[in-house]
Design a protein around this ligand. Sequence first.
Ligand code: NAD
Length: 261
Amino acid sequence: MTALAGKVAVVTGSTSGIGLGIARGLAVAGASLVINGLGERKLIEGIVGELRDAGAPDVFHHPADMTRPEEIVSMIEGTVTRHRRLDVLVNNAGIQHVSPVEQFPPERWDAVIAINLSAPFHAIRAALPQMRRARWGRIINIASAHGLVASRDKSAYVAAKHGVVGLTKAVAIETGGSGITCNSICPAWVLTPLVQKQIDVRAAALGGDEAAAIKQMMQSQPSGEFITPEQIAGLVLFLCSAAAAQITGAALTIDGGWTAQ
Ligand code: NAD
């Protein structure tokens, strides 16, 4: 279980949901961690302690705001300064905004594109020199089923996630043969705070019936069950393993059959 002992991973947006699940998986595998994301100091201190207890030799929270390129670069460069290495970069931070395109507030469009698409670009750009020096690296971008297909009222998110899948392919081509791989993971519904907000909106429209809201959401997901952060962490760990050394440029679905339709 300590397959990543001696390695250093950065996971953006890891104070909640999928990113926290990935950080836990990497900690159990023995990686040192730079976590990132919003939250009260007490919550973040609790997460840092929990990840250390889970097996991460060193855990540091970097408060970089993913809308600010200079802070993203500082997080990556600070990691290399602290550890003299950066082996795994998981670009996970993301936000959603749901609205028909005619009513979509331009500032929400800008925020969704900045956090979900531009932040991975800035982090990858800053991390690659160190990975090239080490001749090993794993870049894992948390895209979405919406990186492959669309849903209504999610124009910015769908555009950003399709962009992430494209960025992944471009980076995979440029890093071919260097020991670095770059892949996207494309989940469908995972029960996190990001999705709970969407459940709440739908449930309100259905007279407060949360079960009916979830049933409605699962019409697109043949498995009818939420994917878990632990399952996504399992895929991240596989992508870090030797067995996955020739998987690069892929968009790996973990979507209960969403995109099979
Ligand atoms: P979440 O809301 O639980 O967590 C998002 C994380 O991003 C948090 O740690 C938050 O603090 C951080 N974050 C938000 N804005 C930030 C900013 N400006 N700077 C730094 N950090 C910031 O969401 P989640 O559901 O765990 O989503 C994680 C990723 O998975 C996102 O990229 C999302 O698009 C993707 N995804 C989620 C689902 C799902 O069903 N939950 C499905 C497919 C893809």
